[in-house]
Design a protein around this ligand. Sequence first.
Ligand code: FAD
Length: 813
Amino acid sequence: MKTVIIGGVAGGATCAARLRRVDESAEIVVLERGEYISYANCGLPYHVSGVIKDRRALLLQTPAEMKAKFNVTVKVKNEVIAINRGKKTVTVKNLNSPVGETYEETYDKLVIATGSSPIRPNIPGADLPRVKTIWTVPDTDLIISFIKENNVKTAAVVGGGFIGLEMAENLSHAGIKVTLIEMLGQVMAPLDFEMAQILHQALVENGVKLCLGDGVSMFSDKENEVEIKLQSGGTVSAELVILAVGVKPNGELAKAAGLEVNPRGGVKVDDHMQTSDKDIYAVGDVIEVNDFIFGGKTMIPLAGPANKQGRIAADNIAGGDKTYAGSQGSSVAKVFDLTAASTGANEKTLIKRGMVKGKDYERVIIVQNSHAGYYPGAFPMTIKLLFSADGKKIFGAQIVGSEGVDKRIDTLGEAIRLGAGVSALTELEFAYAPPYSSAKDPVNMAGYVAENLLDGKVKFADWDEAEKNPGALLLDVREYVETMAFSYPGATVIPLGELRDRLDELDKNKRVIVFCAIGVRAYNAARILSQHGFEKVFVYPGGSRFYKATHYKDYITHGDAGFEKTLPPEKSRGKSITLDCSGLQCPGPIMRVFETIQSMKDGETLEVTASDPGFVRDAEVWCRRTGNTLVSKGQDGKNYTAVIKKGSGEQISGRAGGDGKTIIVFSGDLDKVIASFIIANGGAAMGRKVTMFFTFWGLTVLRKTKRQKVKKTFMEKAFGFMLPRGSGRLKLSKMNMGGMGTAMMKKIMRDKNVDSLDSLIEKALKNGVKIIACTMSMDVMGIKKEELIDGVDFAGVGTFLGEAEESNVNLFI
Ligand code: FAD
């Protein structure tokens, strides 16, 4: 019997190899239109950055090897252009032939494994040479050589699915500044928004500029760049664009042959992988599959299902009786230091299906360490579990963390496959030793928490519950020392140990949202409150780590925040005491720092290593608020390091009411700006910490007088031309009189020995006034860093608000 397989990569190659193993006498021909068969398309993004250095590593099999090992005839660069079901032949175009030779290949059984192709949306300019897709080895070669030849420094990735994210990461690793544009309000659609926020935070921290909730309306060629017009009206310029906006099944051949296809072009098959023609099988990205969770049909283009289906088709062609039960979309992706994985349905899908939380489904979100906290290298993971309101069916799970995410998502995926309910999760037995897990594995914990929820022992808040219920009482039950590193806005702090004695301070009639570091103490507090007559008590899931990730915009200084990737040389760190907090989960590291510092002398330094990624940021704020000095911070592999010197820092109250002064300089009017600097210098002279935050028109004050050579878009150039360049060009807000009033004012100031604006700025910088340029306004107005005077810091509103919290005077000028 002769089997012809169209497509020689994941599903096709597996089918061919399996068929040979089960039927030594079969004649097997693989027709592949590309140059390569059985290559690792999932590894392609990692070759772009050089993580996978050797291109040959991507090519898993060659036609010669397939012949030698499996006696399979592989014809590459042979494209099937028609399936002739009546004659049981396929028409093949030999792409090697200069004259476009075609021929017919007969078959007894045919397998369509043509996969899918990246979508090139119907947007003007989507076919420009700088706009590329990544799907095959030649695509990858092209991207790599384009980067090299053009010394590409900026790229835009359109699409925030797993391929888009992998490309964003790998282009960043290759030293390219990446902007990621995604039409949805989040990346990685299989995750729910709040889980994706953890990825957003990581992307921004790693220097990727995110444009979420914004689509591309046009690409146009501009000198050595593509200008990308966004639907919001904004523009992004990049030397290279990667389109990763999804895939479409290569189902045209099947459709033209009269086989049944769905409206998206996906080939319909039964559970034996047979199409509407029983001699024709189809596998992989080109087919529609059963949705394992809810039944019905769906399309899930992933390598695992393609390989399994290829194997099943082979067995059935050889006379077997194998079936494919359906796909549940288990997937995992690396996003910089994070791993994001999901299986089954997400909450968006449940809601879309008309399901209601509390009635049809429930959910829990927990944060757990990858292994025992006391063993070095434990890394927290956030797990979201969705299940039926009676707990008998698990709909899906999502996990974002680092190590151990894959193992837990697969366990949950298999639990779903085997029809487990949430109680079964508590019973699963995991191999345990400290380097690998905890005695209660995170999956067990998800089961316990789900049971508690179903038993009515706990109610959980939404991730944005505080914003949705402005009248709610926010109760933080962490220790006071922890609030030095991070405080929940507007929360009342009563440490768990004091709660029983201080219940009368709380209003029983109010909705109470209880916060802590990871959710455990909040649960204990909620139990206390519920048993003392508080009826509306909700635990904030995941604690401060999850809160900060879901509200990351409030805690990040904009685009290029992030960690130094290497530590300063040991000598300059003045190391005296080391503290290894790896494996300790928040607030462990900061508590240990607090305890250790107490027994140290002023001036001694403490070098702290922690695996908790939030630690260095916490340490920074903690030092400022406790009068200690953060000498350096860094990341060394998977560990985060902070060197802290005891004392020598100005102690700032943890709550509002420090004695700093903050001035928002919004105006670009000469008189207003002079007034701002006089106040700022006055504050600095009184020994106060003064921060000036220049935003919108205020930014013009900080521009260098001389034109700087910087790359700008047309709009940015036009804007730059119209904006005054530097303090010398500012005008009075009143009585400018075509410049006469301004000149008169400058003369009067000179005559009366009042400092000019230039010298006021110089003095302010000398006196330690912190001058911050608002990065968001810079972006909007097209002002580049190089155009601003030296000594200016760049940050966003998060930094300003942090400073404002520690000030008792805040002016808007
Ligand atoms: P393919 O593997 O795409 O093979 C189809 C082959 O058919 C192609 O080589 C094509 O040239 C050939 N063909 C098409 N039409 C014809 C014709 N008319 N005649 C002859 N030949 C034809 N999946 C995961 O699960 N995890 C991942 O991490 C992952 N990462 C990915 C990263 C990238 C960059 C890409 C591109 C894909 C990734 N995928 C991943 C998806 C995964 O590769 C696909 O789901 C899988 O390859 C599908 O297998 P398939 O056999 O259906 O199609």
